[in-house]
Design a protein around this ligand. Structure first.
Ligand code: GUN
Length: 304
């Protein structure tokens, strides 16, 4: 039992992500030795949105650290849909490219759905293709999206196996909420939880969050889970990344999650911080997915 003054263990996403990148580096080296060339990841950025530029730079830096060859593709914000589709087709046919990542969001003139569907499922290391989503839902082999996969790894590697627990997910996005609910409920490693999926249509959110043994909050709104909404001893995963104006910071803002960290860490047994929790896991899992794609492709990653 936790005493009143006990604070939650902080789940160190930075350290766990570093561990996963080290494993990816080890496996990438083995693949390179076996087939004569390293795993390859194409990173497509259309336009110069500052947040996207920084994500893409971080992904390419992680590739270098893991011994994955990155293939940077940069297109202007004015690029046509055909130009983007032509790049994806070229990367799909390139045997040195095991994974293709198109950074989202795309400029308005481009139909995101069509671009994601142009990536062959065997190179879909982001796990956003409808075939990947279908495979995940059906329990078939395929790529799971990186943030949900990172959440499951965080839980397992910090000793919080979801098996037999009541997992409550807040948020039903295609990128996080929906897939993590599927992963927590499926049979097998990192799953076997009883899952409740809450969203903006859920009246009295606290009624559900208070019953969670594992609480995953991916609502995209600061303060979604606060005082009195968490059961003593629960494990809390905060997926939120929200910018709050803060004139005392050089860049003029600070990052906060969706959970009131100070209040909730007084009752939870473990909690992820923002930043340094889920965030670093997304890129680490992208590296892991790319290495897996390369292992499946073997000497040829070319697909028609
Ligand atoms: N934009 C925000 N998150 C992601 C992500 O995980 N993958 C891609 N491709 N774009 C994103």
């Amino acid at each position: 039992m936790l005493s009143a003054d006990k604070t939650a263990k902080i789940i160190d996403g930075k350290a766990i992500a570093a561990q996963i990148r080290a494993e990816a580096a080890r496996d990438a080296a083995a693949i390179a030795a076996k087939r004569g060339f390293p795993p390859g990841l194409a990173v497509v950025l259309v336009g110069e949105d500052p947040a996207s530029v920084s994500y893409v730079t971080a992904k390419e830096r992680a590739c270098a650290e893991c011994g994955i060859r990155s293939f940077p593709v940069r297109l202007p914000a004015s690029a046509s849909q055909d130009a983007v589709l032509a790049e994806v087709a070229r990367l799909r046919a390139d045997a040195a490219v095991d994974g293709i990542l198109v950074q989202l969001p795309l400029p308005r003139q481009i139909d995101e759905r069509r671009v994601v569907e142009a990536i062959s499922p065997d190179k879909d290391v982001d796990g956003f293709h409808p075939v990947s989503v279908g495979n995940l839902a059906l329990g078939l082999p395929g790529f799971a999206p990186c943030t949900p996969a990172g959440i499951i790894e965080l839980l397992l590697r910090s000793g919080c196996d979801p098996t037999g627990k009541h997992a409550v997910v807040v948020g039903r996005s295609n990128i996080v909420g929906k897939p993590v609910a599927i992963m927590l409920s499926r049979k097998g490693r990192g799953g076997n939880a009883t899952v409740t999926l809450c969203h903006t249509g859920t009246p009295d959110l606290g009624r559900f969050t208070r019953d969670a043994d594992v609480l995953v909050v991916a609502a995209g709104r600061p303060g979604t889970v606060g005082e009195g909404m968490v059961k003593e001893g629960a494990v809390v995963i905060d997926v939120g990344v929200n910018r709050i104006a803060d004139p005392s910071k050089k860049r003029g803002y600070r990052l906060v999650g969706d959970v009131d960290f100070a209040a909730v860490s007084r009752v939870a047994s473990a909690i992820t911080p923002v930043p340094g929790g889920v965030g670093p896991m997304t890129i680490a899992m992208l590296m892991a997915n790319t290495v897996r794609a390369a292992a499946v492709h073997g000497p040829s990653a070319a697909r028609p």
